[in-house]
Write a protein that binds this ligand. Structure first.
Ligand code: NI
Length: 173
């Protein structure tokens, strides 16, 4: 198994409907609790263990989720208020090396995710079919619909949580 992709790589869906969107919004809603549960009882020492050789530590994974989801939330808001706005990609690997990500207490990002995902869900639940078809322009990926972004971040939430749960399983923690 490729330890980088415990749930497999993201595959952009070809079909979007209310039922699928509800499932993805549910994943976004549950993510902060799921990740909190995933690290329950882990010492600081264990939080600083890479989930794979050369990979991010659990601490970095959690702070990365907050970094990534804050960016995504802002992209949703940009797409809803502007016409196909060009968004700003960032170097997530470099961000993960900054001290707020590398060494800060994970509780900070758990609180961030909790508040952020609550607001994200309020926003997502307000969107119409037409809204989900709105787009932003990603300089590396091209035009991305909010439908695809929603599916991607539902996957992303579970993907990183699985890095932690699969490490614990392998380590017998
Ligand atoms: Ni990620």
């Amino acid at each position: 198994m490729d330890l980088r992709y415990p749930l497999g790589k993201f595959e952009a869906p070809e079909l979007f409907n209310d039922k699928l969107r509800k499932t993805w919004i549910h994943d976004i809603r549950k993510a902060p609790t799921a990740v909190k549960r995933a690290i329950e009882g882990l010492s600081d020492n264990k939080l600083d263990t890479p989930y794979r050789t050369e990979g991010w530590t659990i601490r970095q994974v959690i702070h990365h989720m907050a970094d990534s989801h804050m960016n995504s939330f802002i992209r949703f808001k940009l797409a809803l208020t502007e016409d196909n706005p060009t968004i700003k990609p960032y170097h997530e690997d470099r961000w993960a090396l900054l001290p707020d990500t590398n060494t800060a207490p994970v509780s900070l990002s758990l609180s961030l995710l909790e508040g952020l995902h609550k607001r994200w869900v309020i926003l997502l639940e307000s969107l119409t079919d037409e809204d989900f078809k709105r787009t932003f322009y990603h300089p590396d990926l091209g035009e991305v619909t909010l439908d695809t972004a929603l599916a991607l971040y539902a996957w992303h939430s579970k993907h990183h949580t699985a890095h932690i749960t699969s490490l614990r399983l392998r380590m017998g923690w």
